[in-house]
Design a protein around this ligand. Structure first.
Ligand SMILES: Cc1cc2nc3c(=O)[nH]c(=O)nc-3n(C[C@H](O)[C@H](O)[C@H](O)COP(=O)(O)OP(=O)(O)OC[C@H]3O[C@@H](n4cnc5c(N)ncnc54)[C@H](O)[C@@H]3O)c2cc1C
Length: 323
């Protein structure tokens, strides 16, 4: 008998994190396979707004664990809150978002409960007896199916692997879940948050349009073409590792295996060859437009639309047309 699915949502500054919208879709996929109800836990402090948003996304119940110690993420406090929720709700599977905190908590909680876990999951199937989690390995070149038996399992969703859930028009009940964190020592305390130097693309993770530049741009100054195109489309600027390693752009803009994973509606790759380590970070995009002068560039294998030609002619023309 399945006790359903528990997802661990996250909010920031009064709104759900975009990864939590993807997490709801992962939870619905798990519910379809495993059965039972879908409960979303929202730890935090003063999270009534995001809890209401979460309640409208198709979950069956929202449980809010409120405590000042949960206002900023710390491993000790959040792990204690999730542990209490798991003991109270006895779910068959617990799913975390594809965030730094989610990837921190999933294996930690699995170890605490002596349960199996799988990270960076891109699809969930199976049954309540055996959950089957699909995850990419070898830099995304191969996908493996991992079977998780037993009565409890922990998963973390792959960033960008699931669609963002949208409002269903139905509002699930929002209930308080009492968690006693008095015994949690504050070994780590978050004393402040400072925005990183964003270079104008702080919204990369949630941008609907991403324009990425690669070594084909020849020199850092030519990134102005990419910045102009991104600006005209209301998008964010990104980069391949080759140009980050060369010091043209900062690492927070890097897409790929050792950078960020994005899944915008539109990803424009300018002068990027399409190495597997790059593609793994953007192949979940809804539409990929590749601009490359080499017709055999691997990027064209995953592009929805390919433009074979010199970027120094094509991008200025695009910018002119969009003026
Ligand atoms: C362990 C590991 C992890 C890695 N992680 C990442 C990662 O996270 N992200 C990442 O991006 N890479 C990563 N890489 C590096 C990756 O393998 C590639 O080397 C890198 O993505 C190449 O970047 P690029 O496409 O910008 O450059 P190149 O491969 O040099 O491609 C440049 C492209 O520009 C085209 N071009 C040149 N001039 C023009 C022009 N005038 N007009 C149009 N097109 C032109 C060329 O035809 C070429 O296809 C990783 C590698 C390893 C080994």
């Amino acid at each position: 008998m399945s006790n359903g699915i528990l997802i661990i949502a996250e909010s920031h500054e009064g709104a759900l994190r975009p990864a939590s919208l993807e997490l709801v879709t992962a939870g619905l996929a798990a519910k379809a396979a495993v059965g039972g109800s879908l409960t979303a836990l929202l730890p935090g402090s003063n999270v009534a707004g995001p809890a209401t948003e979460l309640a409208g996304l198709g979950v069956d119940t929202v449980k809010v664990a409120e405590d000042p110690k949960l206002s900023a993420f710390t491993t000790d406090a959040w792990a204690a809150a999730v542990e209490a929720a798991v003991k109270a709700l006895d779910p068959r599977v617990v799913i975390f978002a594809g965030t730094t905190s989610g990837r921190d908590l999933a294996p930690r909680l699995a170890a605490r409960f002596g349960a199996p876990s799988a990270a960076n999951v891109i699809a969930i199937g199976g049954s309540s007896d055996t959950i089957v989690a699909t995850r990419p390995v070898l830099g995304g070149r191969v996908q493996t199916d991992v079977s998780l038996g037993g009565s409890l399992a922990f998963l973390s969703a792959g960033p960008g692997a699931f669609e963002k859930a949208v409002s269903t028009g139905v509002t699930a009940p929002v209930e308080a879940l009492a968690v006693d964190l008095s015994g949690v020592s504050e070994r780590v305390r978050v004393t402040g948050l400072a925005a990183a130097d964003s270079g104008g693309s702080s919204s990369l993770a949630s941008a609907e349009v991403v324009v990425a530049g690669g070594r084909g741009l020849k020199e850092p100054a030519n990134f102005a073409l990419v910045e102009e195109l991104a600006g005209k489309l209301g998008g964010a600027v990104a980069a391949s590792r080759a140009v980050v390693d060369a010091g043209w752009r900062s690492h927070h803009e890097q897409i790929g295996q050792t950078g960020k994973t994005v899944s915008p509606k539109l990803y424009i790759a300018v002068g990027i060859s399409g190495a597997v380590q790059h593609n793994v970070g953007m192949q979940g995009s809804e539409a990929i437009v590749a601009i490359n002068r080499d017709p055999d560039a691997p990027i064209f294998k995953i592009a929805s639309f390919g433009i074979v030609g010199d970027l120094f002619e094509i991008v200025p023309e695009l910018n002119r047309q969009l003026s």
